[in-house]
Design a protein around this ligand. Structure first.
Ligand SMILES: Cc1cc2nc3c(=O)[nH]c(=O)nc-3n(C[C@H](O)[C@H](O)[C@H](O)COP(=O)(O)O)c2cc1C
Length: 354
């Protein structure tokens, strides 16, 4: 049973709330506000350079003396396929042309996997955040052994029982049960495998029943009522991402905040045309374009992201926000714009009100 609270007792958390790591959206200010309020704040350093990641950790440490989490991406390094990538550039070309722009001549792997080189690992060992979490897969047994030796707690995302069992067997301290409702990238270990698209409710319950390590529920949880529901299902905490996008401390661009505050919040969809991996996004012109694109024609993650980012830059330059990576979960209409400290205060009151 996953009712083992050791992992959180060890960290001294007073609220069963993890602010999700969100590359490009979470900030040291956000993570520090959440940790100071008794939850676990997180930094998303998966798409950062090692230097930038180190700086984010140091900034957070200056803002709080509470524990926080640094999250990296353990995706399978991209397999390059020149023919496929050229075909992709030709496919997106007409979208660039709407903005009198051209796609890049060739695509680049815009950031590396944690599994692909040791510099990020070395930096984490030096900086020693209290918690490190992994998305898209698991670190190596030797990395895990070293983290454990430094008393760094480890969390990993799982989208099904098979992945969760692998995470538990390799030594993760807790698993994040990421439901289909969740905003941002799906943490599937193998994005080309059949996806059962389990929702947060069923997945949390299944993992809580089957695993001996604690389970954290993630996906569509926006308030204290949702957090209580997750706890009732056997989770020890809830991980909330979308709920923090509109906070004052968020690095989300105005276009993302505006989409979240408007009618678009009612319509999220899973798409892989932006980055190369399935991710839940507020529906926009780009996701609509991508609806009929076969998965097999999309180049590997994060190579596809290179074109996605360039297209968004071209569109934004012309005042068109319809191509942004506006990740959000199905709970988007419940988003609240306020400070992260106030949101934590409200979430804790809502949990207690139950
Ligand atoms: C804007 C955004 C960015 C995200 N980036 C990351 C990330 O860098 N690493 C990660 O493990 N999860 C990331 N996620 C997924 C979250 O960890 C979590 O699974 C999700 O936010 C939960 O669903 P919710 O958004 O409905 O709360 C991101 C989610 C969002 C909304």
């Amino acid at each position: 049973m996953s009712r083992d609270l050791t992992v959180f007792a060890q960290l001294g958390l007073t609220a069963p709330i993890i602010q999700a790591p969100m590359a490009g959206v979470a900030t040291p200010q956000m993570a520090a506000a959440v940790s100071t309020a008794g939850g676990l704040g997180s930094l998303g350093i998966g798409a950062s350079t090692v230097e930038k990641a180190r700086d984010l950790i140091r900034q957070t440490r200056m803002l709080t003396n509470r524990p926080f989490n640094a999250n990296v991406f353990c995706h399978r390094p991209a397999t390059r396929n020149a023919e496929k990538e050229t075909a992709w550039l030709n496919l997106v070309k007409p979208e660039f042309e709407r903005f009198a722009a051209s796609p890049p001549k060739e695509l680049a792997e815009v950031y590396r996997s944690f599994l692909d080189g040791g510099a990020m690992f070395d930096m984490l060992l030096e900086e020693r955040p209290a918690v490190v979490s992994f998305h898209f897969g698991l670190p190596t047994p030797s990395q895990i052994k070293t983290f454990k030796g430094r008393n760094i707690l480890m969390l990993a995302t799982a989208t099904n029982l098979h992945e969760a069992r692998q995470a538990a067997a390799i030594g993760m301290d807790a698993v994040v049960a990421q439901g289909w409702e969740a905003g941002g990238h799906r943490g599937c270990f193998d994005e080309s495998a059949e996806d059962d698209q389990l929702g947060t409710f069923a997945l949390t319950r299944i993992l809580a029943q089957e695993l001996d390590i604690p389970v954290i529920a993630a996906g569509g949880i926006m308030d204290g009522v949702g957090i209580r529901a997750a706890l009732n299902l056997g989770a020890v905490a809830a991980q909330l991402g979308t709920a923090f996008i509109a906070t004052d401390e968020s690095a989300a661009p105005i276009a993302h905040r505006e989409a979240l505050a408007g009618e678009s919040a009612q319509h999220t969809c899973m798409t892989r045309v932006i980055s190369g991996r399935p991710a839940r996004c507020l529906a926009n012109r780009f996701t609509k374009w991508g609806k009929h694109i076969p998965d097999a024609s999309v180049p590997d993650y994060p190579v596809t992201y290179d074109a996605g980012k360039a297209l968004n830059a071209a569109a934004s330059h012309h005042g068109d926000a319809g191509y942004g990576a506006h990740w959000a979960g199905q709970g988007a209409p419940l988003s609240r714009a306020m400070s992260a400290t106030q949101l934590m205060h409200d979430l804790i009151s809502e949990i207690q009100a139950g």
